[in-house]
Design a protein around this ligand. Sequence first.
Ligand code: GLA
Length: 364
Amino acid sequence: MTDVRQWIVPGRVNLIGEHLDYNGGPVLPMAIDRTLTVKIRRRDDDIVNVWTDRAGSAKASFPVSVQPGDVDGWAAYAAGTIWSLAETGQTFGGVDIVIESGLPSGAGLSSSAAVTCGIAAAINELFGLGLEKADLAVIAQRAESGFVGAPVGLMDQLAVLHGEVGHAVLIDTAAAPPTTKPVPLGWDDAGLVLLVIATGAHHSLADGEYAARREECERAAAELGLEHLSQAGLDATVKLTDEVLKARTRHVLTETARVRAAVSALNRGAWPQLGAIFTASHESLRDDFEVSCPELDTAVEAAIEAGALGARMTGGGFGGSVIALVPLDKVATVRERVEARYAARDWAAPEAFVVHAADGAHLV
Ligand code: GLA
């Protein structure tokens, strides 16, 4: 193919600050060195062709004027991005796109944000649209909320676009637009690694549970007379009467405090403390926010038993992946322990791999 541009787009893990990005709280994701590739070239018409190796090598075609409802399945992420870009009034023509994924989909590593951000960034550059990363993030987010039907926050898109080698991305989602700041990660020098355990359990943000949590948080904020739930004071859980809303609010308040404590631990190299913060976050997501599942809980418990300093589910929940902060010499033990605990329950062995903080979407 001639005139083909190639983009490398990372997935992400969230270190801490779960379910805070739609509550005006701070979040601390990092782009990872598990990536997908977006190849793109112009066409002379207004047709968009997308090939992917994701769903067993498939192709989709639609016009640049595609509308919500016209395309579903995996291709909705691509079509949604085209629709969302066009909605901003940008003018561009047809393209051929090939997506090659080194990112397991459904693993909670934001393969969807990688697809939407990768396509938005590639079209922006190919047609000289002059959009900033902040604009691209919002365009990619709208592709999911307005086309795919998953009302996600902005964390994944900002992480995928703003990632930097050796750094996490601290996002203040209360600012309009949200601000990002790189935070250096020093655990490598301390002989630690970040292990991802992809549980293989079902993970879909569009299946209603995510939207339900979001709606509960909005209801709690409204009852407290707040714009964002993360602004709630310590008395919030006393003021609310509904037990479910109390629990959701407790998670948002304690998780907001944990993000600040985690940034401080990272700055000081206080690794056992960072691990403990991860584990506390998991417990809060399991008990107060109720977005965990047995596969995630088992992986967290097994990792800690086998020597991880701490572990937690990452991303939206209901399946997906766990992250664990693990001494390098304990990685094999952690892997074996998780596999053994899974085998005892007749679950397929999860995939476990070390990740490093990587650069955001970039042209090769
Ligand atoms: C998913 C969403 C994000 C965020 C997380 C939970 O990954 O896409 O916007 O809300 O869940 O922290």
